[in-house]
Each structure stands twice: as C-alpha cells, then as structure tokens.
Design a protein around this ligand. Structure first.
Ligand code: NDP
Ligand code: 8X3
Length: 253
C-alpha cells in the first residue's frame, strides 16, 4: 500500500484541503470528523484521484470512540506515515469572569484532550515501524495572547507545549513533529466561534486577504517533501496584512 495520511477534522477548512492535497499527490487518506455527510462529500471530491480512502466518523472528545475507531481500522491502514492533528475550534469570546464554562469545556476537550487521545492511539503504530510524521495544528493564538481569547489561547499554548514534548519523546523512534501556527484563515472557524452568526464571522476577514485552507495544505505538503533527515519543527504563517493577532492592516472598503 502507498503512503498513508490520517487527518482529523477533514470535513471542513484546513483538514478538508489537506485531504484533497495529499490525495492529489498519491497518498491514501484516512479522514475523520463528526459530520458523516461531509466525509462522504470529500470522498466524491477526491474520486478522480488514484487513492484509497477510509472514513472514521467519531468525536475526538470521546476517548473510547476515538480509540475504538482507530484500533478497529483494517491492519493495512495502521501503517500511518503522517498524522495531522487538525480537529479543533474556538467557541465564544468573553472575559474570564463572565464566560460560558461549557464553551471552555468544548475547547479544552477538543483542542487538547482530543488531540492527545488521537495521538496516543496512532503513535504506537509509528513507533512500531520506526518512522512517522505528526503535525499539530496550533495557532498564533498560542503565543500571541489577546483579550477575550483566554481559554482558546491556552489550548493552543498547550498544543505548542505538547509538540515540543512529543518531539522529545518520539525523537528516538525517528518520528518528526511539526507544529503549525497559522494566523487569520477564512474557513468555518469564525462561524463556529460565533455560533452561526454569519455577519460577525464575515467581519473578521473584512479588508484582509486572509489565508485560505489551501495555503495551509500547501505548506504542510511542502514539509513532507523534504529529505528524511530534515524536520521543520515550528512554522508560523500569517497573511501579509497580519503582524500579530490585533495588528492587521485592513484595506478600507
Ligand atoms: P473549521 O471549522 O473549518 O474546521 C474544523 C474541523 O474540526 C472540522 O472538520 C470539524 O469537523 C473538526 N472538529 C471540530 N470539533 C471536532 C470534534 N469534537 N471531533 C472531531 N472533529 C472535530 O476550522 P479550521 O479548518 O479553520 O480549523 C482547523 C484547525 O486550525 C483548528 O484546530 C483551529 O483551531 C486551527 N486554526 C484555525 C485558524 C483560522 O483562522 N481558521 C488559525 C489558526 C489555527 P466536524 O464538525 O465535522 O466534527
Ligand atoms: C485562530 C487565529 O487570531 O482568531 O487560531 O485566534 S485567531
């Protein structure tokens, strides 16, 4: 079987673009997410490529579901070369003293615990084979802390720390770990953060040529084309108009 990539959160945004990019380049893809109908759409989108596809329909927050889905894969699919821990979200924007605690739970459970559950289930396959590449999708919010961002920023700081920790734990097994920290990218991210408020979501990107999901897919693919002995450890990617989270040179429209 050819090379295999597993992408969490492949039903939208970065994950979906990454799935298409790697399928177009001959990889077999394992795509995961909660929305099954979206996974079916991705299958149709890559049907023109010479690629095998496995869909795993689970919620990364549900540890036993995640473990069962990954353990239950046919043996040949366990030879995963690349894992992209992408599933994640921001929910709400509030000060620490008046936030919705359910929003905090969703972010911590998805962005930190979900990432860990999937990594714990997949990395033993890589260790057994003595090779692999893990990408963790963090954010500039992991280092560039901003008002109302508190818990989302904290989850992405945790991802940064986990990337460093994974690199130390996995280095002797010839496993690369690349931490990707994007800035503003126009996906469903803001729609989710603002709980379906389309106007508010759209306003985030006004006057900015934001990153696209395809930009992120392109960068991740590039990292995988380097020689075996080369590992890009950390990458920060922003639109040219964004210097930091709160420093965006918007066009007047
Ligand atoms: P999207 O909302 O477009 O996509 C998010 C993906 O995550 C979806 O496929 C969704 O699938 C999946 N997901 C969310 N929660 C769960 C869950 N509990 N279980 C399984 N899958 C889940 O957002 P992006 O593509 O923009 O975001 C991808 C990653 O990039 C996130 O980690 C985000 O924090 C990060 N990021 C985004 C930036 C941006 O500006 N867009 C910038 C920096 C980082 P489904 O709902 O079907 O389960
Ligand atoms: C998403 C980037 O700036 O909205 O991770 O926090 S930001």
């Amino acid at each position: 079987m050819d090379r295999i990539i597993m992408i969490t959160g492949a039903t939208a945004g970065f994950g979906r673009a990454i799935a298409k990019k790697f399928a177009a380049n001959g990889y077999n893809i394992i795509i995961t997410g909660r929305r099954k109908e979206r996974l079916d759409e991705v299958i149709k989108e890559v049907s023109g490529y010479n690629t095998d596809i496995l869909t795993l329909n689970f919620d990364v927050r549900k540890r036993y579901e995640a473990e069962a889905a990954i353990e239950g894969m046919p043996e040949k699919w366990k030879n995963i070369d690349i894992l992209v821990n992408n599933a994640g979200l921001a929910v709400g924007m509030s000060h620490i003293h008046d936030a919705n605690v359910d929003d905090w739970d969703r972010m911590i459970d998805t962005n930190v615990k979900g990432l860990l559950y999937v990594t714990r289930a997949v990395t033993p396959f890589m260790v057994a084979r003595g090779s692999g590449h893990v990408f963790n999708i963090s954010s500039i919010a992991g280092t560039d802390i901003y008002e109302y961002g508190n818990v989302y920023c904290a989850t992405k700081s945790a991802v940064n720390t986990l990337s460093r920790a994974m690199r130390i734990d996995l280095v002797k097994h010839n496993i690369k770990v690349t931490n990707i920290a994007p800035g503003m990218a126009e996906t469903e991210f803001s729609l989710v953060r603002f709980k379906g408020d389309k106007a508010r979501a759209r306003s985030v990107y006004e006057g900015v040529d934001a990153l696209t999901a395809d930009d992120i897919a392109e960068v991740i693919y590039y990292c995988t084309t380097l020689p075996g002995h080369v590992c890009i450890n950390d990458l920060t990617i922003t639109p040219v108009q964004q210097a930091a989270v709160g420093h965006v040179a918007r066009r007047q429209e």
